[in-house]
Design a protein around this ligand. Structure first.
Ligand SMILES: [Zn+2]
Length: 286
């Protein structure tokens, strides 16, 4: 069910086949392993655990959550012996919003019936945090924009970044902030990376990192222009719903065809962020 890739020596990424091409990762040392994010469905997270248990034959000592969203954290409970790490804000948001949405999900079906929110045990609120595993050094750094709590994990020796959702095939700012995302993407551009494992979608290779960042920045500028223009209309949503994702420079097939939907939500959210109210539509008044 998962696509597994070896990103560097002892570094793996796992991509979901069933939910929005979401990615998780693992870094394996001589005696134990670190998992970066869990996946959307319990079975998928169990598949990662099984691979590390049975094929690599080491226990998982740490799980790092890049941010609090369900598809990155709800599998924490499947690593009962691990210490969970995240930003301090991630812990707070999991405790409030994460718990509430898990309760909701439990009422809607059986998938998450066994699920429990396991809050991170060790958090940091400023600067960065280093973790050594074997001969590798991991650096956790804040990279907000997709969500306020997002962190990235740099594997220093390999120049690999697990970016969380601040880096996606199409930027997604509904729970975040476009200005912060611009700063985070520029920061990533200066890191000198071999690979970026995005929160969703395929791995970005060295030759593609710069152009991907440029394209994401161009997309953010395009939606900002669209929203400003719409702001001069009586019914801004009438204009915004006509502005497709392709018009803003991104293909509609990205993330398994979810791009158009994410784009539409971006426009709505950015309008609210810039003007402090939802974009009015002529449909509302019929
Ligand atoms: Zn997310």
């Amino acid at each position: 069910m998962l696509q597994r890739e070896r990103v560097a020596e002892n570094v793996y990424s796992f991509q979901s086949d069933v939910y929005a091409q979401v990615n998780a990762g693992a870094i394996v040392g001589p005696n134990w392993a670190i998992v970066i994010d869990t996946l959307a469905l319990p079975e998928e997270t169990l598949e990662i655990r099984q691979f590390i248990d049975q094929e690599l034959q080491v226990p998982v000592r740490y799980v790092i959550n890049t941010h609090y969203h369900a598809d990155h954290t709800w599998g924490n409970y499947l690593f009962p012996n691990a210490t969970i790490l995240s930003s301090t804000l991630c812990r707070e948001l999991m405790d409030s919003r994460g718990r509430a949405s898990l309760e909701k999900a439990k009422n809607q079906g059986t998938t998450f019936r066994q699920g429990r929110i396991i809050l991170p045990h060790l958090t940091f609120s400023e600067g960065s945090l280093n973790l050594r595993i074997g001969k590798k050094t991991l650096t956790m750094v804040p990279l907000p924009g997709h969500s306020p709590d997002n962190i990235g994990v740099i594997i220093e020796e390999d120049r690999v970044l697990f970016a969380g959702d601040v880096f996606m095939p199409i930027p997604y700012i509904v729970d975040g902030n476009a200005d912060e995302m611009v700063l985070s993407l520029k920061q990533i551009g200066r890191m000198g990376l071999e690979n970026v494992v995005q929160g969703h979608g395929d791995i970005v290779l060295r030759g593609e990192v710069e152009i991907s960042i440029k394209e994401n920045l161009a997309y953010l500028s395009a939606i900002r222009r669209a929203v400003r223009k719409a702001g001069r209309r009586k019914y801004p949503w009438d204009l915004l719903e006509e502005i497709g994702v392709e018009e803003c420079g991104k293909s509609r097939v990205l993330i398994g065809g979810l791009a158009e939907e994410l784009h539409s939500r971006n426009l709505y959210a950015l309008y609210e962020q810039l003007f402090g109210e939802p974009p009015a539509s002529s449909d509302d008044e019929e």
